[in-house]
Ligand binder design. Structure first.
Ligand code: HSE
Length: 312
């Protein structure tokens, strides 16, 4: 096996009450990548379509994640080949649905497969975090973890890295609206407070606990009640035009909850069933039609698999 084509999924991080720890994987939004072994040693990015991104390995998130894997491999194995990476971007960088995470997770998943799977998924998350470090200045794991594990994930700790796979709700749809403005994760992190009150922290961890419980007992109502963010959303929502209206209209159309996807500007909603997802999709589109801002709306089931193999 010398070449593999994969689907690298978009992800929603934070999920209202789980800043930097919760995430989930989407099914119908993602990039494609082709990774092949090459006679030349090292990592080369040979093709990028869809977005203008650096070809220089050390400046590209996929390149950096691939190098992290290679570095670990070099210490354990002696091998005389390298890898070429082709990236077909569909997820816009700065969209808030894990564009950099998809590239980083996709490449390490593919390389691991071509190498006969010497690394665990947890190790792949570690390599991918180097891509995130390049993209936003922090080795965040809440997008790369669900991209690799699929479903809902909780980053229990980052040092040492521990990821907990959570169950999902079977009839759950994510509807995402992506206003075509760019908010850099680093900028969106800069607006956050460095300290919070005990009162807010208490409310937030109560919701995080009840959300995790809701996933385990398959309780849509409790899941819905728990989708509240007392800490981050009040600061970041100011950066997203008509955020409050989108939230209001999505709830009116039947959404279980609505919040900022990752660091924005995308806004996620969760819905029970396809019909409600369609209704919510129409309702939030109507809000953005009234602005002058172009937007995309995506509807997706939860992807319980993570990165997928398209061709071997
Ligand atoms: N947890 C990160 C943040 C995700 O909100 O800054 C970035 O997509």
């Amino acid at each position: 096996m010398n070449e593999i084509k994969i689907f690298a999924p978009a992800t929603v991080a934070n999920i209202s009450c789980g800043f930097d720890v919760l995430g989930c994987c989407l099914d119908s939004i993602g990039d494609e990548m082709i990774i092949r072994k090459s006679a030349d040693k090292g990592i080369r990015i040979t093709k990028i379509t869809g977005e203008i991104l650096p070809y220089e390995t050390k400046k590209n998130v996929a390149g950096v994640a691939a190098l992290a894997l290679l570095e670990k491999l070099n210490t354990e194995l002696d091998f005389d080949f390298g890898f070429e990476i082709e990236i077909y971007k569909n997820i816009k960088p700065g969209s808030g649905i894990g564009s950099s995470a998809a590239s980083a997770a996709g490449v390490v998943f593919a390389m691991n497969r071509l190498l006969g799977e010497p690394f665990s998924k947890l190790e792949l998350v570690e390599f991918s975090r180097e891509g995130e470090r390049l993209a936003c200045g922090s080795p965040i794991a809440d997008n790369v973890a669900p991209a690799l594990f699929g479903g809902f994930t909780l980053v229990k700790s980052t040092d040492p890295l521990k990821i907990i796979e959570l169950p999902t709700l079977p009839d759950l749809y994510a509807v995402i609206i992506h206003p075509q403005i760019e908010i850099k994760t680093s900028d969106s992190r800069a607006v956050l407070p460095t300290t919070i009150s005990l009162e807010l922290a208490t409310k937030q961890w109560a919701n995080l606990g009840s959300l995790v419980h809701a996933l385990h007992i398959e309780n849509y109502e409790l899941f819905s009640e728990s989708l509240v963010d007392f800490i981050v959303e009040p600061h970041r929502s100011k950066l997203i035009p008509d955020f409050d209206k989108v939230k209001q209209e999505s709830k009116r159309a039947g959404a279980l909850g609505c919040g900022i996807s990752g660091s924005g500007p995308s806004i996620f909603t969760f819905c029970k069933g396809e019909q409600t997802a369609d209704n919510v999709s129409n309702a939030i589109s109507e809000v953005y039609k009234k602005t002058q801002i172009p937007y995309h709306v995506y509807s997706s089931k939860i992807n319980t698999q993570g990165v997928k193999i398209l061709e071997l």
